[in-house]
Design a binder for this molecule. Structure first.
Ligand code: DNO
Length: 347
């Protein structure tokens, strides 16, 4: 496995120089952020990003994400053009040496939380999701502040988009996903880029929008939509793991060839559809991170791992979930577990 760390580009207060000092981190997960969703990424811009990262002694290993245009998810408008552009991006990424791309198929909203800086008993701040609060949130008021929020939507644009989705069922979304995969995975196979879909976070419908990458049965259905190693997963423990019905360890053993990218973080389930993000250590949350790391080791995982979100600790301020300190502790903890499992099995 390769231990990686997410970097949001030049505007990220967590610089490449700082990331380089985290023991055991060799790879960077990043993206090009100034190209409108749907357009193809030019080869030169990808190479520029790659070289900047290499200058700091690290390597660009995963693209997270190449976003999927809403027309592809709704199955109308310019979807064919956007799919063609997506394939051009994959070809350009492959030419630059990238072999893993993360994306998601969540309508309108990416990851969603009700509070971005909830104070935990130890004084640190974490992202949380409280069902009662989310039920009262209205995406049409224009004053929502969500972590995965595309703030470029106008109020009217959002209204029109939600209206469009009101006619799209889960089955429609499955069909639109299949339409996308049938065209994109063919190219991914050709250029040898492993596509890794990120599960829905949280793994249930929000604001009346359908969500489908939510549990083991649906992941199985997804993998069968296009049965190829290039049609794979980003297995995010914290996204799927907030539902008591999802067993992350079992999923790792079930789909070993299809997991290309692992997001590892812990969460504390606080209600049926409520949770807090917690420190990575097993006893801090509801997931057994030791068993998760061991499952990857047992299955001979050769892909990329990144510590996922961290709390804000030691007075750090910055992008919610993506500060330096707690994620760095996560990386070192995961590396420690990996080393222990490895040495116990090989000595
Ligand atoms: C949140 C991330 C997601 C993820 C996308 C992948 O922290 O895990 O925003 O990058 O869903 O497309």
């Amino acid at each position: 496995m390769e231990m990686t760390f997410r970097w949001y580009g030049d505007s990220d207060p967590v610089t490449l120089e700082k990331i380089r000092q985290i023991p055991g981190v060799t790879g960077i997960v990043s993206a090009i952020y100034d190209i409108p969703v749907g357009e193809a990424w030019p080869y030169e811009k990808i190479v520029e990003l790659k070289e900047k990262i290499e200058k700091s002694g690290l390597k660009l290993m995963v693209i997270e994400s190449v976003p999927v245009h809403e027309d592809i998810k709704t199955g109308d408008g310019n979807r064919d053009l956007y799919i063609e552009n997506y394939c051009t991006t994959l070809r350009n990424l492959a030419k630059a040496g990238i072999d893993c791309v993360c994306y998601n198929f969540m309508p309108v909203f990416d990851w969603t939380r009700s509070d971005l800086a909830y104070e935990l008993p130890d004084g640190s701040n974490a992202l949380i999701y409280k069902e009662e609060t989310v039920e009262k949130m209205n995406p049409l008021t224009g004053d929502l502040s969500l972590p995965g929020w595309d703030s470029s939507y106008t109020k009217d644009g959002m209204k029109a988009l939600l209206e469009k989705y009101s006619h799209i069922s889960e089955e429609d979304l499955w069909n639109n996903l299949k339409y996308f995969l049938d065209r994109v995975i063919k190219v991914a196979e050709e250029v040898k880029v492993k596509m890794a879909i990120h599960p829905d976070d949280p793994p249930w419908g929000i604001f009346g929008l359908p969500r489908i990458i939510t549990n083991k049965a649906n992941v199985e259905r997804f993998l069968k939509l296009y049965d190829s190693v290039y049609n794979g997963l980003t297995l995010c423990s914290g996204s799927l793991g907030v539902s008591k019905d999802n067993d992350i360890v079992d999923m790792i053993y079930s789909f070993p060839e299809r997991i290309h990218f692992a997001h590892i973080r812990n969460v504390k389930i606080t209600g049926e559809k409520s949770f807090e993000e917690s420190a990575h250590k097993s006893e801090c949350g509801s997931l057994d991170i030791f068993k998760i790391v061991k499952a990857y080791h047992d299955t001979g995982f050769k892909g990329y791992i990144r510590p996922d979100h961290g709390r804000m600790i030691w007075g750090e301020t910055g992008r919610p979930g993506y500060g330096l300190y707690d994620r760095a502790l996560g990386a070192v903890y995961i590396n420690g577990l990996w080393e222990a499992v490895d040495k116990m099995q090989n000595s």
